[in-house]
Design a protein around this ligand. Structure first.
Ligand SMILES: *Cc1c(COP(=O)(O)O)cnc(C)c1O
Length: 401
């Protein structure tokens, strides 16, 4: 089918790249050992720390998100070390369990439901039972992108402290950073892992490790083989704004622009905006009479919503129809959720009308696919947007009065 206008890329990452960011990338590649690069390097390495809410170093790799999951593990651990990985969905499995096993770690996969976040009490009980302190790290996915469920990181940190266990806390924020609140320092996270192509509004290709003092200390005694992903070489070169190898220069131009956009809007406003889109999308799903995969309201994701289709209806067929008729890509069901759910990405460069268009495409698609639903989801979302716009305006007025 012939399509006009812009494609709707409404998967939960990669996300739509703003024109400003695209233009920022369209510049000549410069000498990555020259003075102009050093300026760029220092600027982005410093600026990115605000997004993680950390005063410590953030390492930027030319890598996908999965590469920086590997980096977090190989820089802090030693062969055969025990790691506790909380099962939350497809990404806790593919990006963490699989990677950890392949690099030679011994994984305890703490069983969890794909409809709930990681359980602070289960983490506490497991660590409390580990009197020998065999677990060297706990891995939690902040926003499980396969399910649209978040884990309550502050509570998990408290649970670890109550158990008085010294394990490192490694957190995957690949689909939450820049969309939902994340406090690397305050929540005492040891390594926060992120990627460029989701909330940060960049094309794929950059990965991040925010590193605590404790993680740095662990890296000095860690015996895992590593070369490309070694923090030490990187941090040494970063001091003067450089990288030990050729960085993804044009993606760093993009990062500089995206950081500027986040600063202009203000991080807390960015989070509020995503909260509005999460609320409005969930209002639409409820009005359609469909089920939100996430079972617990306090764990709803504001960057995506996974929607369960009624038995006998295939979510991938619905996605195919929507792609064909309306030129919109929605997220597929991953792993055990294949065919059962579709995922609506509402993160990154996204506004009220993007949401209205996205949900309209879904509602028209439900009808064409013959999925039983109640019309009115889009209306419910618009009402939710209108109500929250008023609240936000009042808050702003009060704050500036
Ligand atoms: C996207 C994603 C990954 C994988 O990132 P890649 O860039 O595809 O390697 C890992 N974890 C989470 C939570 C993600 O959303």
């Amino acid at each position: 089918m012939m399509h006009t206008g812009r494609h709707f890329l409404q998967i939960p990452g990669p996300t739509n790249v703003p024109d400003r960011v695209m233009r920022a990338m369209a510049q000549p590649v410069i000498d990555h050992r020259g003075p102009e690069f050093a300026q760029l390097g220092l600027e982005v390495l410093d600026g990115i720390r605000d997004v993680f809410k950390t005063k410590g170093p953030v390492v930027i790799f030319p890598s996908s998100g999965t590469g920086t999951c590997e980096a977090a593990l190989v820089n802090t651990l030693s062969p055969g070390d025990r790691v506790l990985i909380c099962e939350t969905g497809w990404f806790s499995h593919i990006a963490w369990r699989k990677v950890a096993e392949r690099v030679g770690l011994s994984v305890e996969y703490l069983p969890g439901s794909w409809r709930r976040g990681a359980s602070p009490s289960a983490v506490e009980a497991t660590l409390a039972a580990d009197a020998q302190h065999n677990f060297k790290a706990v891995v939690v996915v902040h926003n499980e992108t396969s399910t649209g469920v978040t884990s309550r990181l502050a509570e998990i940190r408290k649970a670890m402290n109550r158990a008085r266990h010294p394990a490192l806390l490694i957190v995957d924020t690949i689909s939450s950073l820049g969309s939902m609140d994340l406090r690397h320092d305050e929540w005492e996270i040891d390594v926060t892992v992120a990627g460029s192509q989701k909330g940060l509004m960049l094309p794929p290709g950059l990965g991040f490790n925010a590193v605590s003092e404790k993680a740095l200390a662990a890296s000095r005694v860690s015996k895992m083989p590593r070369a490309y992903f070694d923090w030490e070489e990187m941090l040494k070169a970063n001091k003067s704004g450089f990288f030990p190898y050729t960085p993804a220069t044009n993606l760093l131009y993009a990062l500089r622009e995206a950081l500027e956009m986040l600063r202009e809007e203000g991080l807390e406003n960015v989070f509020r905006r995503h909260q509005r889109y999460g609320d409005a999308t969930r209002a639409a799903v409820r009005a359609w009479g469909l089920e939100i995969l996430c079972e617990e309201a306090s764990e709803y994701s504001n960057s995506l919503t996974a929607v369960v289709l009624p038995d006998g209806h295939n979510a991938d067929r619905l996605r195919e129809i929507i792609l064909d008729k309306f030129d919109m890509s929605l997220g597929t069901g991953l792993g055990q959720l294949a065919g059962k759910v579709f995922r609506i990405g509402h993160l990154g460069a996204f506004n009220d009308l993007t949401l209205a268009g996205t949900l309209s495409g879904v509602e028209m698609g439900l009808s064409l696919a013959g999925v039983p639903y109640k019309p009115g989801g889009v209306q419910a979302a618009l009402a939710s947007l209108a109500a929250s716009a008023t609240t936000v305006a009042r808050q702003t007025e009060a704050a500036t009065a």
